[in-house]
Design a binder for this molecule. Structure first.
Ligand code: ZN
Length: 684
């Protein structure tokens, strides 16, 4: 599971005065903006101080992190690689006037395709509307006499025109609309074009080994297609299988990296991963996960593989991603305090004792410095990761939880002084509170979400971990967020020295409610509903709590509602009247969400998500967009990677690795496409 940067970027945006934490203001954190995106850079603080062995290890791992880029493009839609190649050819070969509106809009479109690894929005999932005409593109392609490499007919690019320009073709990457055939109406390439949701669900229901206490994550690493005999069949992603050419290149880099592993345990981790990439065997994957989990000593660590299932409407198939990182030794002391006390937090949580873990084990938590981002973590990325995702591995071995300090820091640096607080926070007192405690509480909330929240609780015996189906991701994120919200206000944090003041949590409570009710709507296009799991979770929590607070006041059990929406000069604000009462409500919802998860109560999950997490109030939405527009900010952010340059001696051995932060966004994307094109344009 991952925690994406929404809360972080928006509430960090609250803090007006640039608190120059790192003393590194010379570093340019912000880069170009286009469409609704701002590009940032992150600094790999501490890389120079690593040993040559560690640097060399990172060098090979970061190569492996780029090698899978094409896989994600293809997973996100079967035409994405062809479209990317075509657009890049136009971009690099176009001989006409580059200052025209048409060409500028074309450039924006290409940058968006790069950013999303495909033609759909990375967050909202809707297809991009090109700002240039079909006639213009056709004209340019004819002039260039463009032929698709490896494709049969000369004018095969014809078939891409409706994919780009016809709004009715592949409108959504992941469609979550209740009642639709989610598989057929989603453009994501995890199922063959004629496979229905009912068929896919039946296929995997039949393969579910009932009674197996250690079930593999069936379907995680394959596309489900209909073969020539009309039967459903998995095309497994492995060496010699689907995506085999890319996976071979990844394995080559992992084999190089293996020589420089930090510990013997880590060598085993890499061996198992390579074995999994070769065989596609899901037992091997679980085995790899366990070794990865156990390896807590290695300073350098990485994720490389099929990991998160947010891109599959059925929440099963995993997109390819990679992150290379190393432990931030100082900051890790913070998360260690939390994980050392994991049992205390589990015991004192407001959930029913039947759903609690008797013994919390193996929650290892650390703060890391990201060194490289790839696949589904690039350029848009997570600020926290908690893996593995297998329920039984988590139950028996725990999970490894990571918060990514240098990315959080870059977000905060980029958004100080953005004006968000002046526009959306209700008054000066609240602004002061947020300025004082916003960043600290954001970090802590992420830490608790990742290293306690996801790891807490248990399923009742016999509960199928997939019973919440398409609502599973949202419910899981809500569970982790609520755990964090509930405990942020606990005196235990003061006792552990993690917060400077007993009221610090109020900053997070305010920004969380404001984000869930109002400001996160800036990410939604008018007319659309909320689709992404983390956004649904935030809306769900904030709106449920608002409703219950309103009810309490109406019934007279509270004089004023704990939280309410108020109008001031025609503008809507969140007003919190009673922070302690807000905590009680978070606790109540946590208890209910944990019950839903533990019992696998699909109907309740569906009701909660559909009633609170999906719909958008048009009037409020319009108002928020108008206010936001005047600030001239980009609602989404992503990162340009540094360039790693290996210096070698005459024998070809690496003698040093240097970092370069100067590569532009366009240059980086074009270089990746040129040097790391690991797949054919179409993959069957
Ligand atoms: Zn999460």
């Amino acid at each position: 599971m991952m925690l994406v940067g929404t809360t972080q970027s928006l509430s960090a945006a609250m803090t007006e005065d640039a608190t120059n934490k790192g003393g590194d203001d010379a570093f340019a954190y912000t880069d170009i903006s286009f469409a609704d995106i701002q590009m940032l850079r992150y600094k790999v603080e501490g890389f120079e101080q690593l040993s040559l062995r560690e640097k060399t290890f990172i060098y090979y791992l970061q190569e492996a992190a780029i090698m899978g880029r094409d896989i994600l493009f293809d997973q996100n839609g079967c035409y994405n690689l062809r479209i990317r190649r075509m657009l890049e050819t136009v971009y690099t070969s176009y001989a006409g006037d580059r200052s025209t509106e048409e060409f500028k809009n074309f450039t924006t479109y290409l940058r968006r395709v790069w950013f999303s690894s495909g033609i759909h929005h990375h967050y909202g999932c809707e297809k991009f509307v090109p700002g240039f005409s079909e006639e213009w593109l056709r004209g340019v392609l004819k002039e260039l006499d463009y032929r698709e490499p490896g494709m049969q007919e000369n004018s095969s690019w014809e078939s891409l025109m409706p994919v780009i320009f016809d709004p009715a073709v592949m409108p959504m990457r992941v469609n979550q609309r209740d009642g639709d055939d989610l598989v057929r109406t989603s453009a994501a390439n995890y199922y063959g074009p004629d496979v229905t949701q009912a068929e896919a669900e039946q296929f995997y229901a039949e393969r579910k080994a009932t009674g197996d206490p250690r079930p593999v994550m069936n379907g995680m690493n394959s596309r489900l297609i209909r073969n020539e005999f009309g039967l459903l069949e998995e095309r497994v992603w492995r060496v010699g299988g689907l995506y085999g050419t890319a996976i071979e290149r990844i394995v080559e880099q992992l084999e190089q990296a293996r020589h420089y592993a930090c510990t013997p345990e880590q060598e085993v981790v890499i061996d198992r991963l390579i074995e999994f990439y070769r065989t596609g065997d899901l037992r091997t994957f679980d085995n790899y996960s366990i070794h990865w989990l156990r390896d807590t000593e290695s300073r350098v660590d990485f994720v490389n593989g099929f990991t998160e299932s947010y891109g599959d409407p059925l929440g099963m198939k995993a997109s390819w991603e990679s992150i290379v990182n190393f432990r931030d030794i100082e900051a890790t002391k913070r998360t260690q305090k939390l994980s050392e006390n994991a049992q205390w937090f589990e015991d004192h949580s407001p959930v029913d004792s039947r759903f609690k873990k008797e013994e919390c084990r193996g929650i290892s938590a650390k703060v890391v410095t990201a060194a490289m981002l790839g696949g589904d973590l690039y350029p848009s990325t997570a600020i926290g990761i908690n893996l593995p995702n297998s329920d039984w591995v988590r139950r028996e071995y725990g999970s490894k939880s990571v918060t990514i300090g240098n990315l959080t820091h870059a977000y905060a640096q980029a958004s100080h002084g953005s004006g968000m607080d002046r526009e959306f926070v209700i008054d000066d007192a609240t602004r002061t509170l947020i300025r004082q405690y916003g960043d600290i509480c954001d970090d802590l909330h992420t830490d608790i979400h990742e290293c306690l929240g996801h790891g807490s609780g248990k399923l009742l015996p016999g509960t199928d971990p997939d019973s919440l189906r398409s609502y599973g991701s949202t419910i899981e994120e809500a569970r982790a967020d609520l755990f964090g919200l509930y405990y942020l206000a606990d005196p235990k944090l003061l006792e552990l020295g993690l917060v400077p003041d007993k009221d610090a949590y109020c900053a997070q409570y305010y920004t969380y409610m404001m984000n869930g009710l109002l400001t996160q709507l800036v990410r939604i296009t008018p007319g659309n509903t909320i689709e992404e799991a983390h956004m649904r979770n935030r809306a769900l929590i904030a709106r449920w709590v608002l409703e219950k607070a309103t009810e309490e006041a109406a019934q007279g059990s509270k004089k004023v509602p704990a939280v309410e929406l108020v109008k001031k000069k025609g503008k809507t604000y969140v007003r919190v009247n009673d922070y302690a009462a807000l905590r009680t409500l978070f606790g109540r919802l946590l208890s209910e969400v944990q019950r839903i998860k533990s019992e696998g109560d699909y109907a309740a999950a569906r009701a909660l998500v559909e009633n609170y997490g999906v719909q958008v109030d048009e009037t409020v939405h319009r108002e928020i967009l108008q206010r936001y527009e005047q600030l001239h900010l980009s609602p989404y952010k992503g990162f340009i990677n540094p360039v790693y340059k290996a210096e070698r001696n005459a024998d070809g051995e690496i003698i040093d690795v240097k970092l370069d932060y100067t590569e532009s966004y366009d240059a980086q994307m074009l270089r990746y496409s040129r040097d790391y094109s690991t797949l054919p344009l179409m993959n069957y």
